[in-house]
Design a protein around this ligand. Sequence first.
Ligand SMILES: [Fe+2]
Ligand SMILES: [Fe+2]
Length: 375
Amino acid sequence: MNVQAPLHSSDAATAEEAIARQEALPPLTNEEATEVAMQNTLLTPRFYTTDFDEMDAIDVSPVRAEWDALIAQMKSDPNKGHFKKNDEWEADWEGMDPALKAEFIDFLISSCTAEFSGCVLYKEMKRRGSNEDITTLFQLMARDEARHAGFINDALREAGIAVNLGFLTQAKKYTYFRPKFIYYATYLSEKIGYARYITIFRHLEENPDKQFHPIFQWFREWCNDEFSHGEAFALLMKTDPALTQSRVNKMWIKFFLTAVYSTMWVRDHQRPEFHKALGVDPAWYGQEVYRKTSEISKQVFPMTLDIDHPRWVKNLERMERANLAIARGRKAGGLGGWLTRMGGSVRAGAAFVALLSIPAIPNEVPADVRLEPVY
Ligand SMILES: [Fe+2]
Ligand SMILES: [Fe+2]
């Protein structure tokens, strides 16, 4: 294996370069992965578009000092060249149990799509904007996400598949979100991404025998990128206090917290073999990730969800069962299947409302936002 191969996405200075380098790799005929990445359901990663002019108009002067420090750190590019295979990379796809392999591939495709979803949104903001602060930030974040997506694709390629990133950009449906919803959703997904990656990394540090694929070894540096991206969105939200303090926006934030947390729970519980192989109980993992994300999000959100409330896990489990019924109904088809599916949807909706009705824990946001990744 030539680990010094030139022109790899991991060294690319821009997202465009990283994508082009991925596209230049040997073509793959497998269309399945791209098809999975193309799916738009409540549980699959989506692509977003927004009002780019409104975002371009943000004035970062209220957070100038913290902003400049963050941009300088991102420009110094500590992870340049990191996201590529090295001599320690030893993937055993052949020896992998087929059920685990299927779930792991699904996990990689979904992660690759999520990384790339960030990339296309950030890249587009950079392309459309004229505000130098904003375009600089978004160009740096797009660069990171393109490297992350490229690296996952490298891992998938060894299993004979890859996501066609260029095709996805063109063909996947884009969901429109107002800028403030982009801030809430993206901030959360960056911070939860950090919490997810670092929790797995720390768990595997303690249980090295459970590391069934080398990609997990890259998770520490990886999550630091996500952490910085989350910091950027925290600063963007800090430029306008109404975004996090008005009564209506507080309701939206609670809605996004509940939606992001519960989606993660349901999605993770769909991969029992994957979690068994890692030696991780998905319920424990979920709560652990929420705990870290909640602690971090106190930097900017006016509340945290009460994840120790007696109705919390109970309703997440209800939602998960409802989701299983929806999947069963879809598989069965026909009138019976449709009824099962509808019943499941109603119960999933009821569980979501029950989760939303749990009183949140109010939080006094500190004046200084910047945090360091400490987990
Ligand atoms: Fe990423
Ligand atoms: Fe990110």
